[in-house]
Design a protein around this ligand. Structure first.
Ligand code: NAP
Length: 256
């Protein structure tokens, strides 16, 4: 029997309580990792860790959780340090997966303020930057260690003004970190339209319309599902030669 490279590893999932991050947590746990899931809502953290433990009763002690709200910029570094300390309490962290993403209301460029943009950047960019700044103390400096961030299709196929700016900033950060934190590997996943809890905030008719449009446009004639997208993160944890790169999982969106 082949033993997974994740067997016995310590994996921190920031944003691991729903959607893509939760599916990565499930897969990492199934492959023998110990996991720590984290996000801002205490209720979501409790529910998600309960689900993971109930689904794997024999491995329930391998599931830990931590509430960390990355939207409060003044406390951001302190929050990240507390999270990293917790995650590394009994062994160094092997992999960090960052899928945390808040969704402030979208506004048109003519109505946008710097504060509006900062609300996105705080969680997604400064949050990831703070992780990168502090994580070397809590990880082994080796090619087996990794940090995987999340961008999106809009970095190459913009349909509005802000998502490509945020995604582009994250992708640039990822490349700079891969050089700066070497030999720790730093990568990104760029998901297309994936059916997750992120869409629960939108009216059902709107989501139905988006699902239809994205299925028709996709080369796979379907939208994306978090259990498939999660494979990209698992791959990036395991390929010890992959660094400074982005894995796209988007039904061929960049060809269309
Ligand atoms: N789904 C897509 O189609 C798609 C496409 C391209 C890119 N993405 C990106 O992929 C990432 C994951 O998306 P998803 O679809 O899996 O969304 P999701 O199901 O909403 O998951 C987002 C995660 O981020 C956490 N989060 C939100 N605000 C946070 C905060 N202030 N501090 C810490 N954690 C926070 C959420 O938990 P709490 O609410 O408890 O904080 C949740 O665990 C996001 O960055 C998203 O923009 C998604």
């Amino acid at each position: 029997m082949t033993v997974s490279k994740l067997q016995g590893s310590n994996v921190l999932l920031i944003g691991g309580t729903s959607g893509i991050g939760f599916e990565v947590a499930k897969k990492a746990l199934a492959e023998g990792a110990s996991i720590i899931i984290s996000s801002s809502s205490e209720q979501k953290v409790l529910q998600a860790s309960g689900k993971l433990k109930n689904g794997n009763p024999e491995r329930s002690s391998a599931v830990r959780s931590f509430v960390a709200d990355l939207s409060i910029r003044e406390n951001l570094e302190g929050t990240i340090v507390s999270l990293l300390k917790y995650a590394a309490v009994s062994s160094p962290i092997d992999h960090i997966v960052f899928t945390a993403g808040n969704v402030p209301p979208m506004v048109s460029l003519s109505e946008a303020s710097f504060d509006h943009v900062e609300a996105f950047l705080t969680v997604r960019f400064f949050g990831a930057m703070a992780v990168a700044k502090h994580m070397p103390k809590y990880m082994t400096s080796h090619k087996r260690s990794s940090f995987t961030m999340t961008t999106g299709t809009q970095i190459k196929k913009p349909s509005s003004w802000l998502p490509p700016a945020i995604g582009g900033a994250i992708e640039g950060l990822m490349k700079g970190l891969a050089v700066t934190l070497s030999p720790i590997r730093v990568n990104a996943v760029s998901p297309g339209f994936i059916l997750t809890e992120l869409l629960d905030r939108l009216p059902k008719e709107m989501v139905d319309g988006m699902v239809e449009k994205h299925s028709q446009q996709s080369l796979t004639k379907d939208i994306g599902y978090p259990e498939d997208t999660a494979e990209a993160y698992i791959y990036l944890m395991k390929d010890y030669f992959a660094t400074g790169t982005t894995v796209a999982t988007n039904g061929g969106a960049w060809l269309l």
